[in-house]
Design a protein around this ligand. Structure first.
Ligand SMILES: Cc1cc2nc3c(=O)[nH]c(=O)nc-3n(C[C@H](O)[C@H](O)[C@H](O)COP(=O)(O)OP(=O)(O)OC[C@H]3O[C@@H](n4cnc5c(N)ncnc54)[C@H](O)[C@@H]3O)c2cc1C
Length: 402
């Protein structure tokens, strides 16, 4: 298909709403129709949820048209890891048959995905991971443990990185697998966060069999596919290009507007400065995200995603800390019944401020810590000397570890 104009893409979105009225069908039907018409991820090929456009820029036009028509589905809540990271990985590494099989239910939310990289001994240094996969004919047998696996308890598919050759240096002996989470030997146990919710889990893998066809990329080439996943994760976590003044900053402005008249003049003056400063930062982040989206065009993003991931994580924490300061002592009142829940998905912007304040503590850890983001930016964007890596060339099996 030749490149479409913004007006043509908007017209397609309006036609979708007219033909499949969102208030008369459920999520799966509406999003299925959106996928079939190429309006799920416009930069994806035709037949695979996209229109084959050279840039994802016009997805913003589709999303805004759907929002105006009252469609409120949010990819980040429906299937954050599938849509944010799994989609680009499938497009880059899967066979045509797998793309046909996997992308549609991923987008509709019928099949949730999780990311199985981190282990008890390998988080920032994920290339040092220990989960082993050994070849057995047309299958691989996997043994090991993953941790912090978001939404593993509701997932159908896991993006799993395992060590297939311990005698190679750590980055070279890894292979990337698509794991059916319903396979025998997969055990998922909840881990509760500071919010009381168990969004994430420990996953134990005991003699789990994965067909060789579910290797993404080359055997031993798992690091490349892992980096593709992580770069997309950082763009997803960086916040996208929301409406001006929306998201966390809107929470702060709302709280501020409700509370400012009850504050003493000195406190109000100090807090007003902080609110204004954060509003400017939020707008700078939104515009930076816009530039990062343009820079990555239709392909996989580069290290620019680390800029917005770092900025948004730290800014979110400052925003919700400021919310707590505006609310004052009442900020300590958590919602009644601090339940240890196991949610079906991630919580949306309707969550209360105290929850958001606690949840934001994880922002500077998940998807790579702020220290690691600064290392990436220093090395890969600014060209500064690299971090010290004494184990980089050693066979993984010879690296001392606990
Ligand atoms: C809410 C949440 C959800 C998550 N979801 C997932 C998921 O779905 N799948 C998944 O695989 N993982 C997930 N994670 C794990 C996350 O990716 C790791 O926690 C993160 O990469 C840090 O690893 P770690 O916890 O092992 O800390 P470590 O790597 O042990 O780091 C400890 C401290 O040392 C610092 N540090 C480490 N190396 C360096 C260095 N080279 N230079 C400077 N400082 C350094 C870190 O910044 C940190 O402060 C999630 C984490 C959270 C909090």
């Amino acid at each position: 298909m030749p490149e479409l104009t913004e007006a043509e893409v908007r017209a397609l979105a309006m036609q979708l709403v007219e033909d499949v009225p969102p208030d008369q069908v459920d999520q799966f039907e509406f999003r299925g129709a959106q996928f079939d018409r190429g309006l799920a991820m416009v930069q994806f090929p035709e037949g695979l949820g996209g229109l084959g456009l050279s840039s994802r820029r016009l997805q913003t036009a589709v999303d805004s048209e759907l929002r105006s028509a009252g469609v409120t589905y949010n990819d980040l809540l429906i299937n954050p890891i599938g849509i944010g990271m799994g989609g680009p990985v499938v497009l880059t590494y899967a066979t045509d048959e797998q793309k046909q099989r996997l992308l549609r239910p991923m987008f509709t939310g019928e099949e949730i995905w999780c990311q199985m990289f981190s282990e008890p001994g390998s988080g920032s240094d994920v290339a040092g991971l220990s989960t082993r996969a050994e070849r057995d004919g047309d299958e691989w047998i996997v043994n090991g443990q993953k941790v912090w696996t978001t939404l593993a308890h509701v997932s159908r598919w896991g993006m799993l990185v395992a060590r297939t050759n311990p005698d190679q240096p750590k980055h070279k002996g890894l292979t990337y697998f698509l794991l059916d989470m319903e396979s025998p030997g997969v055990e998922v146990r909840p881990l509760h966060q500071i919010t009381g919710e168990a969004e994430f889990n420990e996953v134990f893998l005991s003699d789990v069999r994965i067909p060789h066809d579910n290797v993404f990329g080359d055997v031993g080439g798992g690091w490349g596919a892992a980096v593709t996943t992580l770069m997309n994760e950082r763009v997803a976590l960086g916040g996208g290009v929301p409406k001006k003044g929306s998201g966390p900053i809107q929470d702060l402005v709302n709280i501020w507007t409700e509370t400012r008249d009850s504050l003493d003049p000195v406190t109000a003056a100090v807090l007003r400065d902080r609110v204004a400063d954060l509003w400017v930062q939020a707008e700078a982040l939104r515009l930076t995200n816009w530039r990062a989206r343009e820079a990555s065009r239709g392909g996989n993003p580069g290290p620019e995603g680390s800029v917005t991931k770092l900025m948004s994580a730290e800014m979110n924490q400052h925003i919700y800390e400021t919310c707590m300061d505006v609310i004052g002592a009442g900020g300590m009142l958590y919602e009644a019944g601090y339940e240890r829940k196991r949610p079906d998905g991630l919580r949306g912007p309707d969550s209360h401020i105290r929850y958001a304040f606690l949840r934001a503590r994880a922002n500077t850890i998940e998807g790579g810590t702020s220290e690691v983001m600064r290392n990436i930016l220093g090395e890969r964007v600014l060209g500064l000397p690299g971090d010290v890596r004494v184990d980089k060339e050693l066979p993984w099996s010879e690296v001392p570890r606990n």
